[in-house]
Design a protein around this ligand. Structure first.
Ligand SMILES: C[S@@+](CC[C@H](N)C(=O)[O-])C[C@H]1O[C@@H](n2cnc3c(N)ncnc32)[C@H](O)[C@@H]1O
Length: 333
């Protein structure tokens, strides 16, 4: 039986869903433009001052903060903006909002077309590789790094690292800075990404120790540069090696292509299972829906385990973090 109260509640609920979609885009925008960091560090900002300091249109800037206020990310009081009830959690997950709205939005916008079987051929989807790599760099810092560095300490001495799907190049830069005697080579399928990471390495004065190669990790051949690589790393792209038989073949081939590799640190977000629809945490739905749209299979942690055994890698430790659902780092040898 429908009552007037039910109707109001239903309308409110539909409006909240709608406003959340707009606010999600504003989270990524406010992060890129420095507004979220300013609120995090100073606890308050003035819309007009913020717009003027960053050469932004004042009306559009106010609209961005209003979108954030509509779902409680910030509070508005005249022209002053302060963190709202959901600010802390949203700030922690800002990279994942950016991944969705700035990096992958075209996928979601084209959902009807991407579902049609007839359209799912060839290179049928597009994302913004630069924005994804910007989001990944922050996701590393916030979610993967704490477990990554613990796993690196377990490796013992190493002299040369190959990072598979190297993205921004930040992992190799951080490794080179922390371990001054080491060298690194980054492999990425995207030429635009390679260009960006190589420029960053030059800017940081590390070109003599870090190099990049445009390559598909699924179709690598042995090369002179790979001799002596004793540590492999691969973060946030392992799922691109699937489906299962391809993942087994790729992981097995890596052992021949990098014959000196003693350890392989593989970090990824794995598919969740048995999460009730009403309890799906932040990022999971975007990650799993986005990959379904692209037709990329996402393995569970258990499925990864069976692939390691079959491809000749031994998993000596599995690290998980509660900070982002499904985040796992496997230590393989
Ligand atoms: C989500 S980003 C992660 C980047 C980086 N590993 C990090 O931790 O920040 C995934 C990267 O893997 C690259 N990639 C995807 N499939 C690949 C493949 N088959 N071979 C090489 N690189 C690939 C993409 O171009 C992208 O830069």
């Amino acid at each position: 039986v429908s009552t007037p109260f039910d109707d109001d509640a239903r309308k409110r609920s539909a409006a909240d869903i709608f406003n959340s979609a707009v606010a999600a885009t504003a989270v990524g925008a406010a992060w890129e433009l420095g507004g979220l960091d300013e609120l995090h560090e100073r606890g308050v900002l003035e819309v007009d001052d913020f717009a003027a300091a960053n050469d932004l249109d004042p009306g559009a800037t106010a609209a961005m903060f209003r979108a954030l206020a509509s779902v409680g990310v910030v509070q508005r009081d005249a022209g002053k903006i302060r963190p709202g009830a959901s600010f802390t959690e949203v700030y922690r997950a800002k990279a994942m909002f950016y991944w969705l709205c700035q990096g992958s939005w075209e996928l979601f916008a084209k959902m009807p077309s991407l579902l049609r079987n007839g359209n799912r051929v060839g290179d049928f989807h597009r994302r913004d590789a630069k924005a994804i790599s910007h989001a990944s760099r922050e996701a590393n810092r916030a979610f993967f790094d704490p477990v990554f560095w613990r796993a690196v300490e377990n490796v013992g001495a190493f002299s040369s690292v190959a990072d598979l799907g190297s993205g921004s190049g930040e992992r190799l830069i951080n490794l080179a800075q922390r371990y001054p005697g080491t060298r690194g080579i980054g492999l990425d399928i995207s030429a635009a990404t390679i260009e960006m990471s190589a420029a960053e390495v030059r800017r940081r004065g590390l070109s003599d120790r870090i190099s990049f190669l445009a390559a598909d990790v699924r179709a690598l051949r042995p090369r002179r540069e790979f001799a002596g690589v004793d540590l492999l790393t691969c973060f946030m792209m392992g799922h691109d090696l699937w489906p299962r038989e391809n993942a087994v073949a790729s992981l097995r081939a890596l052992r021949e292509i990098f014959p000196d590799a003693r350890r392989f640190l593989l970090g990824d977000t794995v598919r969740t299972t048995d999460v009730p629809d009403a309890e799906i945490p932040v990022f999971t739905l975007a990650f799993e829906t986005g990959h379904a749209l692209m037709g990329v299979y996402l393995p569970t942690a258990e499925e990864w385990g069976t692939v390691f055994a079959e491809s000749g890698w031994r998993c000596i430790a599995t690290h998980r973090t509660d900070a982002l659902a499904g985040t796992v780092v496997f230590e393989l040898e």
